[in-house]
Design a protein around this ligand. Structure first.
Ligand code: 13P
Length: 264
């Protein structure tokens, strides 16, 4: 049985002084231990959020990590630096691919750094609108996945704690979501690629999240899909009521999975 995971990506929003109280308020509004809950604030707010979430069962994630372990990389933050502050780490977000020119190869090295430091990675993949319109969505995502994961598998096998977030670029911050059925088909394609790269149990244990304009109103469309295991939430993850609604809906899916596993 795969877990149901809701991760909030706060992106470059909020000040450190605001982050702790916001995280505490969000955690209090989503008291559903059956759902794996993660908040990913900016680096400078990790310590405050880590302190605010102590004892809540909500985990802390970073939004990025440097591809190298240490050295002369001004402004960089290494996996070892994050390890005391976060247990999860987003890698390969499309905004970083776009703004920082991150390649699949570089993202693969970030996955390696996560593995060394014991950070659980959320690897983001997703196609541009033109790629979807050209019928290339699955090929694009599969190439992103393979390009990053080849670096990791070559250095010691498929990362068994990996989580993949399918975030179509055209759905991020636009208010426009993919359809549940399309996201589900993409999750299947992601698992096929993962299996080819050596994922255990033919990729059937790999959690795949959907991301892109997820709100409390749209979350149900994705959480109703058996192939989708939760959401990576951007803008709505800064709002207490939105996160409360999204996680409450996720708890319904988590409960249904528990019951199905119990009946099996
Ligand atoms: P939005 O939910 O704001 O569209 O952002 C999605 C995202 O990029 C999460 O990583």
């Amino acid at each position: 049985m795969r877990p149901v995971i809701i991760a909030g990506n706060w992106k470059m929003n909020g000040l450190p002084a605001e982050a702790g109280p916001l995280a505490a308020a969000i955690a209090a509004a989503m008291p559903h231990p059956d759902v794996v809950r993660v908040l990913c604030p900016p680096f400078v707010s990790l310590a405050a959020v880590d302190a605010a979430l102590a004892g809540t069962g909500v985990a802390v994630g970073a939004q990025d990590v440097h591809a190298e372990g240490a050295g002369a990389y001004t402004g960089g933050v290494s996996a070892a630096m994050l390890a005391g502050l976060a247990t999860w780490c987003i890698v390969g977000h499309s905004e970083r691919r776009r703004d920082q020119g991150e390649t699949d190869e570089l993202i693969g090295h970030k996955l390696l750094r996560c593995r060394e430091a014991g950070l659980r990675p959320i690897l983001c993949v997703g196609e541009q609108l033109a790629e979807r319109e050209a019928g290339q969505a699955e090929a694009t995502v599969q190439a992103q996945l393979a390009g990053a994961l080849r670096v990791v598998t070559a250095a010691g096998g498929f990362p068994d704690d990996l989580v993949v977030a399918y975030e179509p670029v055209w759905a991020i911050g636009t208010g426009r979501t993919a359809r549940g059925a399309d996201a589900s088909a993409m999750a299947d394609a992601i698992r096929v690629t993962a299996a080819a790269l050596g994922a255990p149990a033919d990729g059937s244990r790999l959690p795949v999240l959907y991301g892109g304009s997820v709100t409390s109103a749209s979350a149900g469309e994705f959480l109703a899909e058996p192939a989708i295991d939760g959401a990576l939430v951007g803008g709505a993850s800064l709002k207490v009521d939105e996160m409360a609604g999204i996680v409450a809906r996720a708890a319904v899916t988590a409960q249904a999975r528990l019951e199905a596993a119990g009946a099996a």
